[in-house]
Write a new protein. Structure first.
Length: 198
């Protein structure tokens, strides 16, 4: 006797659970979705992938946020082509979330400053390095950020990136059959979802 497929959640419930997983990633504690892989199109036309830390999630705006050094290659790449893809994987739950969106740079100085002031000093020390990420150096010590009493030291290199999510691909490998769903942002600001073959 063959068993019937496990019941699947309604699309709205599934979409909400995806955003909850992302919220947990941006929360105070660590979760599998705290660290995401982000892919951009390089200035040379080749794909580039690196790790980013998810800093904020806004479900109502369908927006993810991270910060980076304004001198970095990814900033140059996103200014040239703002398309970005992000990937996270929960190895315990066997759940993969892929996101596609459009990046923009925060120009509201008050919001940017608030994010800076709410960030941990250990995180912000990266922005005090005198040498831009990717620069050729003779010794790793050259890129070490100097000690600074000024809490605003490095702020000029701080960049807040918002990603407007346009598409979500969800894959759950924890049961048989595997479940995969895709969600596309429509004109009215709502996501439309459907099941797809894994």
């Amino acid at each position: 006797m063959t068993s019937s497929p496990a019941p699947t959640p309604a699309m709205n419930d599934l979409l909400h659970s995806i955003w909850e997983s992302l919220h947990a990633g941006a929360g105070a504690g660590r979760s599998p979705f705290s660290v995401l892989q982000a892919a951009t199109v390089g200035v040379d036309g080749n794909p580039k992938v690196r790790t980013i830390i998810l800093r904020d999630v806004n479900e109502s705006l369908a927006r993810l946020s991270f910060h980076t050094d304004i001198r970095s290659d990814k900033v140059r790449e996103l200014r040239g082509r703002p398309a970005i893809s992000m990937h996270g994987y929960d190895a315990e739950r066997l759940v993969q979330i892929r996101l596609e969106g459009v990046a923009s740079f925060m120009t509201d100085e008050a919001e940017k400053l608030a994010v800076w002031k709410s960030s941990r000093p250990r995180t912000l020390i990266l922005y005090r390095s005198p040498i831009a990420s990717g620069s050729v150096i003779e010794d790793p010590a050259q890129a070490q950020a100097p000690d600074a009493a000024d809490p605003m030291s490095g702020y000029e290199n701080f960049c807040l990136v918002h990603v407007s999510v346009q598409r979500i691909d969800y894959l759950d490998l924890s049961s048989e059959p595997h479940h995969r769903a895709q969600f596309q942002l429509r004109d009215k600001g709502a996501f439309e979802g459907h099941w797809v073959a894994p």
